[in-house]
Design a protein. Structure first.
Lengths: 471, 194
């Protein structure tokens, strides 16, 4: 009873804090990790522990029947909760923010809290939602009408078109009650560059476009969105692709290069993850936009989950449903950090450059930097990772027995040692990874990617359309 | 109030599950959410492909065996009850339970955990781990990192050490004996937070 009382006060305090007086300018701390307590020890440590309590007499590592338990437990843990799958569902909160959709626990909600919740419900659905929907409709309507009008004017009127875009986005932002704090505006993207950001929701576009003019990249849709897209392109040079053109990487790259070469055009806005992630981590950046060779302006966007979860779970909700949920949350509070511009350095290939940018964004936004591909939402992982696990285990078993003259596959370890000097690993900022194995896999996969680059082959994991915001 | 009670009411026979497995209702709700997340086609059952979609499991050397442990022989789908029952093996043991010989063995006792691990080796369920089965496990854990001769010598050595009645296979009792000093509860348990 005392505990539930405490929890109740926690929720109330959270609600009182709803009005942000000055959002923090420091990057937020990492989100809590998952529903099970994961052991942070590595494969080697665990197997040694198994050995220590087992029946081996000699100090030489040998296979033990109990070794299977390590793998078994890891397997079961991943069935219950794994790093990747949980990035594609909404982040959980430590205390409740009075939205039914965020209530995950079987916690008892007292009468007092229920009354507050009912009041909140009334305010959100009866008052805020209609207001916001009206605002949104007028914002979009104005955007379409005014950009069409400006399209008829001669091309010297870019100033006017910029103002119109900014105004409509401002109205849209108000309609979501988005409270945005922009940090380091001196690093704002300039013409002739590419702006990359982590992707959580389609609203990211509106949030960034509220503060500056960008050229968007995307696939042209039918319906209402198509109408908006066609209107927007009349007054300002956005890059919309037909569905058929999307598969042609070279065409896409060419159009982008042409766009950045023209210094009068606005910077391109791209989300290299390719899909929406739930704002607790940053997943693999697709390398296409980093190959073009122009300045990259990284931007980190972090939403405050207490006011409403901004993540768009595209398998669960359609677009309209999602927008309604957004408009019936308390607010959308986020921080946008403009990071200093980066360019590809000498001897660095597109993948390493992409990882460097990703690390910078993750550090600034307080997100976990993951190696995994966002496309894993829909696809499967490669076999090479399984081989790495096997390698690790075999090292524990036979790794120290060099004097027995067996021909072990020596090149695995030696290759790792050589490649270390080539790759500028020290450029990477230390990442808050939770698993030693992941760190090793990352290092190995970088090496693998490097090898494949040299051979000039293209594997399905990296080819794709890297440039379109994931809808 | 809220989504949890509605989730609880969606699950049939919750009390039975709680009794049998020892999970709290909150844990069962979590597992149900996880079950639904894995069951992408919303059929109410999981198939081996649904497990295969978990990346960490796919790179686990014995991932296929772990998946196989969920499916009874001949069955191609697993429903939520069986899912929870298998996972219950990995609940930390209840320290305060009185040793009552008339009651059935709880599913997360040391013996049950050992049996689970035994079954990972013993795929044909004849009650013994034969040399061939041991080799298979070694092969999946080590694959191309060691030669075939090394694998065979490791298998021979292991059977020599554990096989007490020299029938060239390891029975459950021999398995249990060779692992008597291992802290099974610690190694085969998953601790649920909250």
């Amino acid at each position: 009873m005392y505990i539930s009382h405490l929890w109740e006060w926690q929720c109330l305090c959270c609600c009182i804090n709803l009005v942000p007086l000055s959002p923090p300018s420091l990057p937020p701390s990492l989100p809590p990790s998952g529903i099970i307590a994961k052991e942070l020890s590595s494969l080697e440590q665990e197997i040694q522990e198994l050995r220590a309590s087992g029946t081996t007499l000699s100090s030489e590592p040998e296979f033990e029947m109990a070794d299977i338990m390590y793998f078994c437990r890891r397997g079961m843990e991943s069935i219950v909760d794994d790093e990747v799958t949980k990035r594609f569902s909404a982040q959980e909160l430590e205390s409740w923010n009075l939205l039914t959709r965020s209530n995950y626990n079987a916690r008892h909600i007292s009468l007092r809290l229920s009354v507050l919740w009912g009041l909140g419900l009334f305010i959100r659905y009866g008052f805020l939602l209609p207001l916001r929907v009206t605002l949104a409709a007028s914002g979009i309507g104005l955007l379409v009408v005014l950009t069409t009008i400006v399209g008829f004017l001669p091309s010297g009127w870019t100033y006017l078109s910029e103002k119109i875009h900014l105004m409509s986005y401002r109205i849209c932002v108000r309609s979501l009650t988005a409270i945005i704090t922009y940090h380091n505006s001196e690093n704002k993207p300039k013409n002739g560059g590419i702006c990359v950001a982590n992707h959580t929701t389609p609203i990211d576009v509106i949030i960034l476009a509220n503060d500056g003019c960008y050229s968007m990249v995307g696939q042209i849709h039918g319906g209402l969105i198509g109408v908006v897209q066609r209107a927007m392109v009349k007054s300002s040079p956005h890059i919309w692709f037909e569905r058929s053109e999307v598969k042609d990487r070279h065409l896409v790259a060419k159009r982008l290069s042409n766009h950045v070469a023209d210094k009068t055009k606005h910077p391109i806005l791209i989300f290299p993850e390719g899909t929406c992630i739930n704002n607790t981590s940053v997943m693999m950046f697709k390398k296409g936009s980093f190959e073009i060779g122009c300045t990259v302006y990284p931007v980190a966007i972090k939403y405050d989950p207490r006011f409403g979860d901004a993540f768009w779970n595209s398998s669960k909700f359609g677009m309209v449903n999602y927008l309604l949920r957004m408009m019936s949350s308390w607010a959308v509070v986020c921080s946008v950090w403009y990071l200093p511009p980066m360019s590809r350095e000498e001897g660095e290939d597109a993948v390493q450059f992409a990882n460097r940018v990703k690390a910078a964004i993750a550090t600034q936004g307080g997100l976990v930097d993951l190696l995994w591909d966002g496309g894993l939402k829909r696809g499967k992982v490669k076999n090479t990772f399984k081989e790495e696990q096997q390698k690790l285990y075999s090292k524990v078993l036979v790794g120290d027995q060099e004097d027995q003259g067996e021909d072990r596959p020596q090149e695995a370890e030696e290759e790792e040692g050589d490649q270390n000097e080539d790759r500028p690993l020290e450029d990477y900022t230390p990442r808050p990874l939770e698993d030693y194995t992941l760190r090793l896999l990352e290092h190995c996969s970088l090496r693998l990617q490097g090898e494949e680059e040299e051979r000039g082959s293209e594997t399905p994991m990296r080819v794709g359309v890297p440039l379109l915001p994931g809808y | 109030m809220g989504s949890t009670n509605s989730t609880l009411s969606k699950i049939p026979n919750v009390e039975e599950l709680v009794q049998e497995t020892g999970f709290t209702p909150a844990h069962i709700v979590r597992l149900y959410d996880r079950f639904e997340a894995l069951d992408k086609e919303k059929t109410g059952h999981l198939r081996p492909q649904d497990f295969g979609a978990i990346n960490r499991l796919a790179i686990n050397p014995i991932g296929d065996r772990i998946i196989g442990a969920f499916f009874s022989p001949g069955q191609e789908t697993v429903d939520f009850h069986s899912f929870v029952r298998i996972l219950a093996h990995f609940r930390p043991a209840d320290k305060k339970r009185p040793k009552d010989p008339s009651m059935p063995e709880p599913v997360n006792s040391r013996t049950s955990k050992l049996k689970f691990a035994f079954q990972l080796y013993d795929q044909d369920k004849d009650g013994k781990i034969s040399r061939a089965e041991l080799l298979q496990v070694l092969r999946s854990m080590l694959e191309m990192q060691v030669t075939e001769e090394q694998l065979e010598s490791i298998a021979d050595r292991t059977i020599q050490e554990a096989d007490l009645d020299t029938d060239d296979a390891i029975s459950f009792e021999e398995f249990r004996k060779s692992l008597e000093k291992v802290n099974i509860d610690h190694k085969m348990s998953i601790r649920f937070l909250r």
